[in-house]
Design a protein around this ligand. Structure first.
Ligand SMILES: N[C@@H](CCC[C@H](N)C(=O)O)C(=O)O
Length: 278
């Protein structure tokens, strides 16, 4: 029996966009999912998105997800996707306003705030902070911090308006020091009013996206550790939307209680046809 027409939602978390499918009654075998993700995320030929989220049943939480980047690779976590998945689950009656869901990075707690589109996510604690690496890019020597906020991130403080984010991001993403996993790359500028302007090159999309939640978190934490900002940190994304990152900075005991808050909007719901996969 054909799985088409297949119900889906298109959601946007601060401009990071996702196709979300209620997959509690499984329709796609795991082996079919990477190719499905690539096809459905292909802009102008199909729905188009930065990622695909499949919502599935969980024994230990309200639900679990499988997260695919647009190129069909699996990601351990996605901050903007997490807010969208939470709002989708709440709207669909899969979970209440406060919920827990399983990701590869760990169990995530999320809260749908009021009836508007704002969702707050309690992230996993950051790990693997490596400060002050020097990396040569395009003839320039850059100081790069790396940290894992659910997925790996590099953070570089620089004048973000003037640099070629896609070219430099790609060079750093594939730099030998970040292999084999690769990394997402955040270019960050501290604005005069204390906010951070963050532009992110995303692994698995292989381009700059309009926002990256785990990237905003990585940038805010590194800026906090460098005493450039104090939480809660306001982040301005490439698409102009705002994300808020809060965390506890415990003297000598690292960073904890990391929360990412921002919009998770339902753009439309629809039915996928066979032709959407061609
Ligand atoms: N956009 C996401 C991150 C998605 C995963 C990333 N592309 C990777 O493969 O590491 C976010 O909002 O955090």
């Amino acid at each position: 029996m054909s799985m088409f027409p297949l119900a889906f939602a298109k959601m946007s978390g601060a401009g990071n966009d996702f196709v979300i499918i209620d997959h509690r009654r499984p329709l796609l075998a795991p082996a079919e999912q990477p190719d499905f993700a690539r096809r459905i995320c292909r802009r102008k030929f199909s729905v188009g998105a930065d990622g695909l989220i499949l919502i599935e049943d969980s024994y230990v939480a309200d639900f679990k997800w499988r997260f695919y980047n647009a190129d069909g690779s699996v990601a351990e976590m996605c901050g903007n996707g997490a807010r969208c998945a939470a709002r989708f689950a709440y709207r669909s009656g899969i979970a209440g306003k406060t919920m827990h869901f399983e990701t590869i990075a760990g169990v995530i707690e999320a809260e749908v705030l009021d009836e508007d589109e704002t969702v707050s996510v309690l992230m996993t604690d950051p790990v693997d902070h490596q400060p002050d690496r020097t990396i040569d890019v395009d003839g320039r020597s850059l100081t790069v911090d790396s940290i894992n906020t659910g997925v790996p991130h590099a953070v570089i403080f620089i004048d973000v308006e003037t640099i070629p984010v896609k070219e430099w991001g790609r060079e750093i993403r594939f730099h030998r020091v970040f292999q084999p996993a690769g990394t997402n790359v955040n270019f960050v500028r501290l604005l005069p009013d204390g906010r951070l302007h963050v532009r992110t090159y995303e692994r698995g999309v292989e381009d700059e996206t309009m926002a990256c939640g785990t990237g905003a978190v990585a940038s805010a934490i590194i800026a906090g550790l460098r005493r450039k900002v104090q939480p809660p940190v306001q982040v301005v994304t490439s698409g102009g939307e705002r994300l808020t990152v809060a965390f506890d900075q415990m003297e000598g005991r690292g960073i904890g209680n990391v929360r990412l808050q921002g919009p998770a909007r339902l753009i439309y719901e629809g039915l996928l046809t066979v032709e959407s996969l061609l």
